[in-house]
Design a protein around this ligand. Structure first.
Ligand code: PLP
Length: 388
């Protein structure tokens, strides 16, 4: 070890029940994985529509790789930008009803790019307290003065805006909160922004593809367009079942990012075959609307079953349905009991969530059936009883 503090920090991590470890999983189907020959039903992936294994995605990826190879070989501004990237950007712009879209390799980078490019030390960023880590890190990287308002609390946001003297103010929120599953009050946030001459940025990583009539996400549910939400971030590794991310907005916003965003400029472009697969995913999201409908009915079925068996849930109308446990040790214990019954739901602990709010983050997929859900709820009720 280069520094003795490292072993102390590792020791503390373990002593606090916050140790993280990886298993090596083999993906068997949209809802099943195996590990050392044992099979598990998965209730913790972000593949909400169950399309990451869809034959049309696999074929699109393979065909594109056959034609143009695997690596993009350079950054977008050198020669890594291909026909597939351009087409995907145009299709995503149409899908989100925005002027223009810029692709990024990951959502983490898209958020770093937007915040560090648009904001600087003279500006103010207002984060929802439960915003995704990449948004918080982007704010830090920008050098702007960052503050966190109480979760979904527009009154608190308003008070903070009133006190701020910064010329440029950006309100930043997840559309659907990644670890809680609740939806930001976007209409009220926009109204508040208008009163205080602030701009709103929404990261809808968990809403796009899932919410709204055509998968248009949390912003489309509230009928908010580019005029109201000028900065929209989406990711492709969740409901779209592929990999990558994008920013959608005005031509000027996108051109600014293309010219100035370091996480866009100084990195290798997403492999074109992944862009081709994402184009196919976007078509499936629109062609197979039954996926969103079935998912909604599974959420209701899950909630009703939990109620019947007294399994506590956080309030959420999305496929993210967390079971609050509080204590990290208990969350680990319940998760491991479920695993013994062939069910995979990882325990989510601090610092991913605030101290004392460890939970099982259950996620549902359109490829689950009611029987899967019932099995999950029965096993959870029993595991909770055993851990009391
Ligand atoms: C997953 C997630 C990201 C990061 O996206 P990646 O493409 O996985 O890097 C950003 N924001 C939110 C809200 C997320 O849930």
């Amino acid at each position: 070890m280069p520094w003795p503090e490292l072993s102390q920090a590792l020791h503390d991590r373990q002593a606090d029940n916050l140790w993280r470890s990886r298993d090596t999983w083999q993906r068997e189907s949209a809802t099943e994985v195996s590990h050392n020959g044992e099979h598990y039903k998965v209730f913790c992936s972000n593949d909400y529509l169950g399309i990451a294994n869809h034959p049309r995605l696999v074929e699109a990826l393979g065909d594109s790789a056959q034609r143009s190879g695997v690596g993009s070989t350079a950054s977008h501004l050198v020669n890594g930008h291909s026909r597939e990237h351009t087409a995907l950007e145009q299709e995503l712009a149409a899908f989100t009803s925005r002027d223009r879209v810029l692709l990024f390799s990951t959502g983490y980078m898209a958020n770093l790019a937007v915040l560090s490019t648009l904001m600087n030390k003279d500006d103010a960023v207002f984060h929802d307290r439960l915003n995704h880590a990449s948004l918080l890190d982007g704010g830090r990287l920008s050098g702007a003065r960052c503050q966190r308002y109480q979760h979904c609390n527009v009154g608190d946001l308003q008070r903070r805006l009133r006190r701020s003297l910064a010329r440029r103010r950006l309100i930043v929120t997840d559309g659907v909160f990644s670890m809680d599953g609740d939806i930001a009050p976007l209409g009220d946030i926009f109204a508040t922004a208008q009163q205080h001459a602030a701009v709103v940025m929404v990261d809808d990583a968990h809403g796009l593809g899932v919410l709204g009539n055509n998968g248009g996400g949390a912003v489309s549910v509230e009928g908010l367009g580019q005029a109201e939400i000028p900065v929209l971030v989406g990711t492709l590794g969740k409901a779209f079942g592929t990999f990558g991310a994008f920013v959608a907005g005005s031509d000027e916003l996108i051109e600014t990012l293309l010219q100035f965003a370091r996480p866009y400029i100084y990195t290798t472009a997403l492999p074109p075959a992944l862009a081709a697969a994402s184009r196919e995913a976007l078509r499936i999201v629109q062609d197979e609307a039954w996926r969103q409908q079935h998912l909604r009915s599974l959420v209701q079925f899950f909630q009703a079953s939990c109620k019947r068996l007294s399994v506590p849930l956080l309030p959420s109308a999305t496929p993210i349905q967390p079971i609050p446990l509080g204590d990290s040790a208990r969350a680990l214990q319940v998760s491991s009991q479920l695993r013994k019954r062939g069910i995979l739901v990882t325990a989510i602990r601090p610092p991913t969530v605030p101290k004392g709010t460890a939970r099982l983050r259950v996620t549902l997929s359109a490829e689950h059936c009611e029987q899967d859900i019932q099995q999950l709820v029965d096993a959870t009720a029993e595991a909770l009883r055993m851990s009391e």
